[in-house]
Design a protein around this ligand. Structure first.
Ligand code: GDP
Length: 139
């Protein structure tokens, strides 16, 4: 049963490059309602925990270091079929392979520094939303 919610982070590269506002506007213009929003800086422990599913991948250390290298924006977004709709909006992991007009195509630096995170399943969306937000921060 789809929850119609997904979790996103605007990653440190996009914040540093000044794209935070434009990216949030893309969310809204594409029909995603903002249910929760937070400007924060992940600790190394938080980044390690968040990306635990990738612990065996060779880039895990680099990914963790990158994600705690600067502030991020975390958000819960709502729309019909949110997880899939949002993956379409952000585009492929590697911006070089992303479709024209997608957020990663327009704002990402590289496959590693790819501007935004988007949950890959309803199950992970629920876990990720709960990781970053308590019930009284969701509206
Ligand atoms: P996503 O679901 O599209 O975000 O992609 P993945 O689940 O495959 O990877 C998770 C994140 O790890 C990506 O969004 C990138 O930030 C990072 N990543 C993926 N591939 C690489 C890589 O080869 N090197 C590094 N340093 N990071 C990577």
């Amino acid at each position: 049963m789809a929850t119609n919610r997904t979790f996103t982070m605007i990653k440190p590269d996009a914040v540093k490059n000044g794209y935070m506002g434009q990216i949030i506007d893309r969310f809204i213009q594409n029909g995603f309602a903002i249910k929760a929003l937070k400007y924060t800086h992940l600790s190394k422990e938080q980044a390690q925990k968040f990306y635990e599913v990738h612990a065996e991948r060779p880039f895990y250390g680099e990914l963790v270091d990158f994600m705690c290298s600067g502030p991020i924006v975390a958000a819960i977004l709502e729309k019909d079929n949110a997880v899939n709709a949002f993956r379409t909006l952000i585009g492929a992991t590697d911006p070089a392979e992303a479709t024209e007009g997608t957020i990663r195509k327009d704002f990402a630096e590289s496959k590693a520094h790819n501007a935004v995170h988007g949950s890959d399943s309803d199950e992970n969306a629920a876990i990720e939303c709960a990781f970053h937000f308590s019930a009284n921060e969701i509206f």
